[in-house]
Design a protein around this ligand. Sequence first.
Ligand code: AMP
Ligand code: GLY
Length: 423
Amino acid sequence: MKVLVVGGGGREHAIVWKLSQSRFVEKIYCAPGNAGIAKLAESVAIADTDIRNLASFVEKVGVDFTIVGPESALSEGIVDYFNARKLNIFGPTKAAAQIESSKIFAKEFMKEFHIPTASWLSFDKPEDAIKFLESHELPLVIKADGLAAGKGTVVAENMEEAKDAVRKMMIERAWGEAGRRILIEEFMPGREVSVLAFTDGKTVVPMVSSTDYKRAFDGGEGPNTGGMGTIAPNPNITGEMLDRVRDEVILPVVEGLGRKGHPFKGVLYTGLMIRDGNFKVLEFNCRFGDPETQVVLPLLESDLMEIILHIHHEKLDEAEILWKHELSAACIIMASGGYPKRYKKGLPIEGLDKISDPNTQVFHAGTTKVGDKIVTNGGRVLGVTAWDNSLEKALNRAYKAVDKISWEKGFHRRDIGEGFLKR
Ligand code: AMP
Ligand code: GLY
């Protein structure tokens, strides 16, 4: 089969890497791709949201199947458009993708289907939001309703931060239309876990659990980012709890979306906060997580394309999905100085050629090639991933590789996974 992967980040590099091992896949294209993906797939210079041109490309070269990475293309209706043109594609429709693209939709949906989550209120006027804040105790969590590249959430510890967040989202419109409406949510203490699941709209199969380190700096300091590192599996979640998450959260969501006439096919990502053996939902995403995918797919024993084909034919119940349960994986994000705010691009990356460990994969995110040099091209630049038979060994391998790679003002967290190690 000829496959097109849409996107150009670390998640897409991990998807392309896994697909390159599939017995069903002969040729991979990636739009737009990046410098690392280009070693495994032919890069196609079409933006991931340029839906019409992607469809025309698929028709022109005879791509058999398209797999979508980012939420932006899904929430803009790439699946609906491809379906209408009778092109095979993996991911939810625009209506089903609302579970991610509107946090207010997700909250109302959770209320309707009795899914545990933080209490919340929505606001469409900044003055009402500020008035509410003034009469409530902090911390509170302020969220833009729409998509903001993982940066539209502020955990406000004090009034100044809270008001700033409202102003930035609703008045300055830092995230454009995404901030037209906001949510103010109860702060939930606890430990976070990400559970990605395959679903064909009927059957749900959770993947190995993971943890994403969302804050920019060590110790959970600094602003929220798209994710600065991940580990899998997450030692905080037992098999029994994962079953409960499937039965009490993921299945009801998939069934509820189906009942509303928006059947969900693809990967449904659930972010949860766990406390005292109970859990509440933080958020849903309508796709593979980034950088969760970079640690989850190396632990997948089965053929990813085979699973995707089962989902496509709505026969996920017949798929055999095996995991490398003996392994743990860790991914360290190496980011541009300044991320998640302003940062420079085009800086030459040194040391990539020094990584030869077969249990380590450097997944590229924001990279591109200038001449024969690989240079930075985004906020999150690389996701250095390694796996081994313990989390500690996986982390050691990953950091050993990280220490060989550098560029001007690059930074990364040194404490990924640390809280799970018994010292
Ligand atoms: P979200 O944009 O909903 O994924 O939130 C980003 C991050 O903010 C989450 O991964 C949590 O670390 C934190 N967060 C979001 N909502 C809450 C909440 N209600 N209580 C505590 N932390 C939260
Ligand atoms: N790692 C969080 C996300 O993919 O949204």
